[in-house]
Write a new protein. Structure first.
Length: 451
C-alpha cells in the first residue's frame, strides 16, 4: 500500500476537528458580541478617543503654565466635533481650557482631584446638563485631569485593538485548549470506532487459494461498512465455488486420461520394434507424466496430517529409484548426507515427488554427461546438482511458473518445477536455483526443521 494513499481515519479526525473548531469559533464570537453589545465585556466610549488626543497635545510653557499643541489627533477630533470643549488641570492646579465649557462644569475646579474617573450629566427638573467625562490620565507633562464631552465616534484602529485584546485574552486560549482536546480525543474516538475492522483486516490477510471457506467477520462492524463486508464475503463464496468446480474438472480429466493411455501403451507393446514405435512410446510416456503431474497438483489441494519425515531417507530412496535411469542416460548418480537424520514435518509422498522432479529435471537438462549429486544437510536441506548448461540468471525465477520451459521444443510440459515449488510452499519451505561449481544448475529445496 502506498504511503500517499489517503487515510480515512485521519480524514475523519481532521474534518471532525475542523467542524468543531468552526462551531466553537462562531459560538465564541456570538458570546463576545453579546457581551460587547450589553457592555458587560468591553465598553468602547467615544470620549476615550478624545481624552487620548487631548492628553498627547498637552505641553508646558517656559513659565510652567500648561499649553496646547495642535497635534494631528486633536485636529481630527476638532474636525469631527466642531463643538469640542475640554478642561485640563494638573496636580499643581494649573489649568487650560478650550471651546465653550458648559456652565455646570466651569467651576468644578479642584473639587474632584481625588476622583480617578467619573461620568456626569443630568436632565432633572428640566435643566439639561450635557454629558461629560472626567479622568486622570498620563500626558507628556505628567498626570493631568481631563474633563470633556462624550460626543464623537470610535476610530477603526481602536475597535481593532479592542477586538485583538478580546481575541488574544479570551477567544484564542479557548480555541487552543479546545483544539488540543479535539486532536487528542478525536483520534481515540475514531480509532475505537475502527477497531472492529481490525479483525476483518486480520481475517482478510489469511485468505489464500489453499484456505477456502475463509470469510470476513461481520460482528461489531459499523452499519455503514457492513454492505462492503457482505459483498466481499459473497465474492469469496463465488470464488470458492468456481475453484472447487475447477479442481473437480482437472481431477476428472487427469483420471480419465490414465485409462486411454494405459490402453495405448498396451497396444504399443504388441507392435513389432521400429523407430516409429519408440517415438510413439516416448510420446505416450510424456502424456502419462502430464496426467500424473495434474493428479499431483490436485492432491496438494487437500490437507494432509503432517508426520515426522527424515529427508535423508526420502532423498536416498529417490536416488535409488532413479539411479538406473540416470546411468542409462550416461550420468554418474551420487548421494551424500551430512548426517543420518534430518527431520521435518510433512507428507512423505509429496516430498518424494518434489525430489523426483528435481532429479528428473537434472537428467533431462544435464547434457547427458558428468554427475548428478543429491546432497542432504541440516542447514541446506536437499540440494540437486548437475553439470549441464545451467539456468540463465534472468530465467531463475520464471522457471517455477506453470507451463514455462527454457526450450520451446523440450520434452517437458513446464509443470515439474512448479509442482516442486507448490510442495515447498505447502511445507513452509522454499526452492531456488543457483549456478553450480562446474557451470551446471544447483536446485536447493529447504524446509523448517522439526523441533
Amino acid at each position: 500500500m502506498s504511503l500517499r494513499q489517503p487515510s480515512l481515519r485521519w480524514q475523519l479526525v481532521w474534518r471532525l476537528s475542523s467542524l468543531q473548531a468552526v462551531f466553537l469559533t462562531v459560538l465564541a464570537i456570538l458570546i463576545v458580541a453579546a457581551l460587547w453589545v450589553t457592555g458587560s465585556f468591553v465598553s468602547l466610549q467615544p470620549e476615550d478617543e478624545t481624552i487620548d488626543a487631548i492628553a498627547q497635545s498637552i505641553a508646558r510653557g517656559e513659565n510652567g503654565a500648561l499649553t496646547l499643541s495642535q497635534t494631528s489627533a486633536l485636529a481630527a477630533r476638532r474636525a469631527e466635533l466642531p463643538g469640542l470643549w475640554f478642561v485640563v488641570r494638573d496636580r499643581s492646579g494649573a489649568t487650560i481650557a478650550a471651546g465653550v465649557v458648559p456652565q455646570a462644569y466651569a467651576s468644578i475646579g479642584g473639587a474632584l482631584d481625588g476622583i480617578g474617573q467619573a461620568r456626569f450629566g443630568s436632565n432633572l427638573g428640566g435643566n439639561l446638563v450635557p454629558a461629560a467625562r472626567l479622568q486622570w490620565v498620563h500626558s507628556p507633562v505628567g498626570e493631568v485631569q481631563i474633563l470633556t464631552g462624550v460626543d464623537g465616534s470610535v476610530s477603526t484602529s481602536r475597535v481593532i485593538a479592542a477586538a485583538s485584546i478580546v481575541f488574544f485574552s479570551a477567544l484564542l486560549p479557548l480555541l487552543v485548549v479546545t483544539a488540543i482536546a479535539t486532536l487528542v480525543a478525536a483520534p481515540l474516538v475514531v480509532r475505537r470506532a475502527f477497531s472492529s475492522l481490525d479483525s476483518a483486516v486480520a481475517r482478510a490477510e489469511e485468505i489464500d487459494i489453499n484456505r477456502q471457506g475463509t470469510r470476513l467477520p461481520d460482528e461489531d462492524v459499523p452499519r455503514e461498512i457492513l454492505p462492503l463486508v457482505g459483498a466481499v464475503n459473497d465474492a469469496l463464496a463465488r470464488l470458492d465455488e468456481g475453484y472447487e468446480r475447477q479442481k473437480r474438472l482437472f481431477a476428472h480429466l487427469a483420471h480419465e486420461w490414465r485409462t486411454p493411455l494405459a490402453i495405448l501403451q498396451a497396444r504399443l507393446d504388441g507392435l513389432p520394434p521400429s523407430p516409429l514405435k519408440e517415438r510413439l512410446f516416448e510420446d505416450t510416456v510424456r502424456l502419462a507424466t502430464l496426467a500424473e503431474q495434474f493428479l499431483d497438483l490436485q492432491r496438494l489441494n487437500y490437507r494432509f496430517e503432517p508426520t515426522s519425515i527424515n529427508l535423508v531417507d526420502v532423498a536416498r530412496h529417490v536416488v535409488s529409484e532413479l539411479a538406473p535411469l540416470a546411468i542409462a542416460a550416461n550420468y554418474e548418480p551420487c548421494f551424500q548426507a551430512d548426517e543420518d537424520a534430518v527431520e521435518i514435518f510433512g507428507d512423505r509422498v509429496a516430498l518424494e515427488r518434489a525430489v523426483t522432479n528435481l532429479v528428473q529435471n537434472a537428467i533431462h537438462h544435464g547434457g547427458r554427461r558428468g554427475g548428478i549429486t543429491v546432497h542432504v544437510g541440516r542447514a541446506t536441506g536437499i540440494t540437486v546438482t548437475d553439470e549441464g548448461r545451467g539456468v540463465p540468471a534472468d530465467e531463475r525465477c520464471r522457471i517455477f511458473e506453470p507451463f514455462h520451459r527454457l526450450e520451446s521444443r523440450g520434452k517437458g510440459f513446464g509443470l515439474g518445477l512448479n509442482l516442486v515449488q507448490e510442495i515447498a510452499l505447502l511445507h513452509g519451505g522454499e526452492v531456488y536455483v543457483m549456478e553450480g561449481p562446474r557451470g551446471g544448475a544447483v536446485f536447493r529445496l529447504s524446509f523448517p526443521l522439526a523441533e
